[in-house]
Ligand binder design. Structure first.
Ligand SMILES: Nc1ncnc2c1ncn2[C@@H]1O[C@H](COP(=O)(O)OP(=O)(O)O)[C@@H](O)[C@H]1O
Ligand SMILES: O=C(O)C1=C[C@@H](OP(=O)(O)O)[C@@H](O)[C@H](O)C1
Ligand SMILES: [Mg+2]
Length: 173
């Protein structure tokens, strides 16, 4: 593979952090989770940052955090709300290959056991399904590769990312 970084995007609980860590181990690359960078920058858990800033400023702060990232040979797991910022996504595109970690709404709602404490960038009155429907086209727009994790183990999903990327990079001019 001849790319600088592998960048995972997708809804909360699709498995970006879980897969990112495993994939990095398999490739012997470093792993960076931009949610942890946010927590380190602000010195607080994500939910506290989200509550303190409010929705709009939280999304802006996340976009700024992303644009501070200049890395090589890393697997980068992003937060689910990064796709709201075109500037952040353009920056990430310049940093490597963007992989959309996709799951059905049913899988996500089953996995998301703590929706009120993980700092979700969800607006007042919005449901998880609203968020899913609003974001699905955004993730698809920025994805260079999409990997569906429904019915797969994390190891199978990692293999699908590696195989998919090797095909994608072969097709590049
Ligand atoms: N194929 C799979 N890929 C990734 N995660 C999976 C898979 N199957 C089950 N999971 C579980 O789903 C959860 C995903 O959480 P997490 O990695 O924090 O997601 P995200 O970073 O996208 O919010 C974990 O508990 C993980 O064990
Ligand atoms: O989807 C979201 O609105 C968010 C998901 C979180 O990350 P995960 O996608 O890793 O859960 C985190 O970035 C943030 O608090 C907002
Ligand atoms: Mg995560």
């Amino acid at each position: 593979m001849n790319h600088q970084n592998i960048i995972l995007i997708g809804m909360a609980a699709t498995g970006k952090s879980t897969l990112g860590r495993r994939l990095a181990r398999r490739l012997d690359w470093a792993f960076v989770d931009t949610d942890l960078l946010m927590e380190a920058w602000w010195g607080a858990p994500l939910q506290q940052i989200r509550d303190h800033l409010g929705l709009e400023a939280f999304v802006q702060a996340e976009a700024q955090q992303i644009q501070r990232v200049h890395l090589s040979q890393c697997v980068i797991a992003t937060g689910g709300s990064v796709v709201y910022s075109e500037a952040a996504m353009a920056h990430l595109r310049g940093q490597g290959h963007i992989v959309y970690i996709q799951s059905s709404f049913e899988t996500i709602s089953h996995r998301l056991t703590n929706p009120t404490s993980r700092g979700l960038a969800i607006g007042p009155g919005q449901t998880l399904k609203d968020l899913y429907d609003e974001r699905a086209p955004l993730y698809a727009r920025y994805a260079q590769l999409t990997v569906d994790t429904d019915g797969a183990t994390p190891d199978q999903s990692c293999s699908a990312i590696i195989l998919g990327l090797s095909r994608t990079t072969q097709d590049e001019p």
